[in-house]
Design a protein around this ligand. Structure first.
Ligand code: NAD
Ligand code: DAU
Length: 375
């Protein structure tokens, strides 16, 4: 079996669902269930004996050690993290605790467990660390995309904490021989994405008639990857990745934020037209009765990275992975998923979510829309 951390979060739950759809190998799903962890993501497998959920903290080395000794997994796939850049700006402490100390604790438990395996078990074991392209910092408009040898230059407390965790993983391979693998992926999107992040925030705010907040000028560029493509990349690296190596994973899909938001509004205009007296109701880009009317420019994120782009040629060359979805297919599926899963949306938007929205958005200057226009 495999031991997955953070398997109740966005990517982790997609990974667990994909894994059990494609393999009979059981999964121990170890998750603290922070605000971002959601057992509703896993309802389709809650009676499945191949899925064993354990609530716990990766900082709890003793609990992890007991679970490893009991279940004897052949691999650890480590997703658990604090993952939202804006939250890391408001409160970096949790990011240091989970992303750095937590990864350290997990590595210690893994090292002790791995050291006690027989030779065959040692050789087969893998520790796969799921990381981000944000560790490489920011690119100018004409810079080449990030490769695996790009110098680390993290700019937010989130990316700095992920960079630190990457370095710890690297050191455990070089110093102790722990069979590690690291993936550095670009921005994911798809089902079960928590609506604090841009794409699900825009879909849910649009439908609720709320402002669609664009930080700064909206020309920041991200490289978007549909989440199931990321899951496939992780499975492939786990299967055949070279020990101690890192693999960049990306969608070859660079988009400016404003273009992403326009695309979302246009798809929603088609699939779920706004109630409006306009004769142009539902017509993409008409400006009348369109969700685009809700776009609001707000004060930028401090230290906002301008552009990320991944050079994913190494994983394609060595392991034969490349994304199956284009942005056009993936984004349409994503919007449809949110339209079809209103109950899931209502559930995650209750309670603490509202406190976060108030904290992150109320202090931003919403008049910037008047200065910048909304087209
Ligand atoms: P997420 O915030 O949706 O989920 C994180 C999960 O980790 C949650 O289920 C949470 O309960 C759990 N968790 C948090 N702290 C924990 C702790 N101390 N112990 C155990 N569990 C804990 O995050 P995500 O977007 O699914 O990202 C998963 C991983 O992928 C992260 O490591 C992130 O850095 C990385 N990543 C994310 C993206 C992206 O676009 N979302 C892209 C590249 C890499
Ligand atoms: O690049 C990979 C990273 O992608 C992951 O490591 C992170 O865990 C993940 O959260 C994501 O980080 P970003 O900061 O790029 O994602 P987010 O969805 O928060 O923002 C995407 C872009 O949209 C970014 O340029 C900020 C902007 N934005 C975001 C929000 C929430 C807005 O303009 N308005 C918003 O309200």
């Amino acid at each position: 079996m495999i031991f997955v951390t953070g398997g109740a979060g966005f990517i982790g739950s997609n990974f667990v669902l994909d894994w059990l759809a494609q393999s009979d190998e059981p999964v121990i799903n170890f998750d603290k269930l922070t605000y971002a962890g959601n057992l509703n993501n896993l309802t389709s497998i809650n009676q499945d004996p191949r899925h064993i959920f354990v609530q716990g903290d990766i900082c709890d080395t003793a609990l992890v050690a007991t679970l490893l000794a009991t279940h004897k997994p052949r691999a650890i796939v480590h997703f658990a993290a604090e993952s939202h850049v804006d939250r890391s700006i408001h409160g970096p402490g949790e990011f240091v605790t989970t992303n750095i100390n937590g990864t350290f604790s997990l590595l210690e438990a893994a090292r002790a467990y791995w050291s006690g395996l027989d030779d065959a078990g040692k050789a087969a074991f893998r520790f796969l660390h799921v990381s981000t392209d944000e560790v490489y910092g920011t690119l100018g408009p004409d810079d080449a995309p990030f490769t695996e040898t790009t110098t680390y230059a993290p700019n937010s407390p989130y990316s700095a904490s992920k960079a630190a965790s990457d370095h710890l993983v690297r050191s455990y391979h070089h110093t102790y021989g722990l069979p590690t693998l690291t993936t550095n992926c670009s921005n994911n999107y798809g089902p079960y994405h928590f609506p604090e992040k841009l794409i699900p925030l825009i879909i849910t705010n649009a439908r609720a008639g709320k402002p669609l907040p664009i930080y700064g000028d909206g020309q920041q560029v991200r490289d978007w990857l549909y989440v199931s493509d990321h899951c496939a990349a992780i499975r492939r690296v786990l299967e055949a990745g070279r020990l101690g190596e890192t693999y960049n994973v990306g969608g070859w899909n660079e988009k400016a934020n404003l273009d992403v938001v326009h695309t979302l509004c246009d798809i929603l205009d088609q699939l779920d037209p706004k109630e409006s007296a306009s004769p142009f109701k539902g017509e993409a880009g008409s400006g009348m009765g369109s969700y685009r009317d809700q776009i609001t420019y707000v004060t930028d994120r401090p230290g906002h990275d301008r552009r990320y782009a991944i050079d994913a040629r190494k994983i394609e060359r060595e392991l034969g992975w490349k994304p199956a979805e284009t942005f056009e297919t993936g984004i349409r599926k994503t919007v449809q998923w949110y339209l079809d899963n209103q109950e899931w949306v209502r559930d995650v938007q209750s309670g603490d979510y509202l406190n976060w929205v108030a904290k992150n958005y109320q202090q931003r200057d919403e008049n910037r829309g008047d200065k910048l226009g909304t087209a």
